[in-house]
Design a protein around this ligand. Structure first.
Ligand code: PMP
Length: 406
C-alpha cells in the first residue's frame, strides 16, 4: 500500500484502496462459489443477484424513480454518442412518422471537446438535421476556446427536437455545468418546454456520482462510463426514461435507421442487461465502490467532499495567479469541480511543476494533449488529505518561482 501513488489522472482514475483489497477476495472466490468473479457465469444466480443489488444501489444513491430504468452496457461514452441518436431517432420516428429527415432535428449544446464529438457523430449518422443550440466558443476569450459555460441568452432550442444533448462536465477542457439552481453556469432547464416527455440527454461520464444530478427526472437519458468515479473501464451505466425504450425495429419499418441489436435500449431492458456477456469484473468492482459510497453517506457526503476539494484547488490556483505563476484556463464560475485545468507560466516551469509533483508521488497531472498545461482530476477516490498535499505543493511552487513580467 505504501507504494501507491496519488493519482490525479483524468480516467481511468483512482479507486478506493479498501475496495481494491476487497476485490482481490472476489477475484479468487466470489460469494463463496469457489470461483472468482472473472471466472463465473454471468447467468449464475450469484451474479444475477449481485447485478440487481448494483442497480438498487444506483437507484438509492441518485434517488431514481420507477419512471426510469437502469441499464448496463459496454462501449463507453463514445458508443453512446451513436446509441442515443439511434434510439431517440427511432422514438421520434414512431411519434412523428411523417416528418422528413430535414425536419427531424437534434439539438446539441456544445461546450467542449466531448459534446463537439457527440454532435459530429450525430451528423455522421444522418437521418436528421443537427442544430447547434449553443456553441460556447462564441463567448470565449478568443472565439475558439472552450473556456466557459454560456449564460441563458446563448441557447436556441428547436420545437419538438428528437433530442436535446449536453455534456455535464467536459473533462478535457475543464468546464462544467453548475449544480446550483440559480448560477449563471447552470444548465438552462428553465428554457426547455415543460414537457413531461422532454427528450433531454446528458453525458455524465466524468461527474457521475460526484454529487446529485440536477433535474434527474426531467432527463430522457443519462449515461456515464464507470471509469472516473465508480469503477474500472468497461462498464457503461444508462439511466433511461421508460418511454425512450422503444421498438427500434418497428421504427425501422417506418424508415428509421436500423439499430444494431446491442445498441438498442429495448434489447438491454428486455434482457435485464444480460442479452450478451456483460463486463462482469467491472460490474463487480463498481458494486463494491457503490457500497462503500453508501457506507460513507452517499451523494450528500460526496457532494460536500467534492465542494471542499475543488474550492481548495481553485483557491490555491488563484493564489498562484496573483503571483503570476499559474493561469486558469477557464472563466471564473464555469470551472469543473472534477477536472481543474491551468497553465504554468514561465520558460520551462510546466515541466518543472510536473517533475516536482512526480517526485512527491503525484501522478497524472499533465493536461490533455489538445489543451496542454496541467489538469488536476479530483474524482471521488482522491481523498481530501491527498488533495491537501497537492495544494501545499502548488502553494510552495508559486511561492518559490518568479515569472518576469514584460
Ligand atoms: N464523455 C465524457 C465527458 C468523457 O469524459 C469521456 C471520456 N473521458 C467520454 C465521453 C468518452 O468516454 P469513453 O472513453 O468511455 O468512450
Amino acid at each position: 500500500m505504501e507504494s501507491r501513488a496519488i493519482n490525479f489522472g483524468a480516467g481511468p482514475s483512482a479507486l478506493p484502496a479498501s475496495v481494491l483489497q476487497e476485490a482481490t477476495k472476489g477475484l479468487l472466490n466470489f460469494k463463496g462459489t469457489g470461483m472468482g468473479i472473472a471466472e463465473i457465469s454471468h447467468r449464475s444466480k450469484e451474479f444475477t443477484a449481485y447485478l440487481q443489488s448494483v442497480e438498487q444501489n444506483i437507484r438509492k444513491l441518485l434517488d431514481i424513480q420507477p419512471t426510469h430504468s437502469i441499464l448496463f452496457t459496454q462501449g463507453g461514452g463514445s458508443t453512446q454518442f451513436s446509441a442515443v441518436v439511434l434510439n431517440m431517432l427511432a422514438r421520434h420516428r414512431l411519434l412523428h412518422p411523417q416528418l422528413s429527415d430535414e425536419d427531424r432535428v437534434l439539438d446539441y449544446v456544445v461546450t467542449g471537446s466531448w459534446s463537439k464529438k457527440a454532435a459530429e457523430e450525430a451528423r455522421r449518422m444522418g437521418g436528421s438535421t443537427v442544430n447547434i443550440a449553443a456553441d460556447s466558443r462564441k463567448y470565449s476569450k478568443d472565439q475558439k476556446s472552450f473556456d466557459n459555460i454560456p449564460t441563458a441568452d446563448a441557447y436556441s432550442f428547436s420545437n419538438d427536437p428528437a433530442l436535446i444533448y449536453y455534456c455535464a462536465n467536459e473533462t478535457v477542457d475543464g468546464v462544467e455545468f453548475s449544480a446550483e439552481e440559480n448560477s449563471p453556469a447552470s444548465f438552462p432547464f428553465q428554457l426547455l418546454p415543460r414537457n413531461a416527455l422532454l427528450p433531454l440527454v446528458g453525458d455524465y461520464s466524468s461527474s457521475f456520482m460526484s454529487r446529485p444530478i440536477p433535474h434527474l427526472s426531467d432527463h430522457a437519458i443519462i449515461y456515464a462510463g464507470a471509469q472516473k468515479n465508480v469503477g474500472p473501464a468497461g462498464l457503461t451505466i444508462l439511466i433511461v426514461r421508460n418511454d425512450c425504450i422503444v421498438d427500434v425495429d418497428a421504427a425501422a419499418r417506418l424508415g428509421a435507421i436500423p439499430v444494431p441489436i446491442c445498441l438498442s435500449y429495448k434489447t438491454l431492458a428486455d434482457h435485464n442487461s444480460l442479452y450478451n456477456t456483460p463486463p462482469v469484473l467491472s460490474i463487480y468492482i463498481t458494486g463494491l465502490v457503490l457500497e462503500y459510497m453508501l457506507q460513507l453517506g452517499g451523494l450528500d457526503y460526496y457532494a460536500g467532499l467534492t465542494n471542499r476539494k475543488s474550492k481548495k484547488v481553485y483557491d490555491v490556483l488563484k493564489y498562484g495567479e496573483n503571483k503570476g505563476i499559474f493561469k486558469g484556463k477557464v472563466k471564473e464560475g464555469s470551472g469543473s469541480q472534477m477536472n481543474i485545468v491551468f497553465d504554468v507560466l514561465g520558460e520551462g516551469l510546466l515541466a518543472k511543476f510536473i517533475a516536482g509533483a512526480e517526485e512527491r508521488g503525484m501522478k497524472g497531472l499533465k493536461g490533455h494533449r489538445s489543451v496542454g498545461g496541467v489538469r488536476v482530476s479530483i474524482y471521488n477516490a482522491v481523498t481530501e488529505e491527498e488533495t491537501d498535499l497537492l495544494i501545499s505543493y502548488m502553494e510552495q511552487f508559486a511561492g518559490q518561482h518568479k515569472v518576469d513580467k514584460e
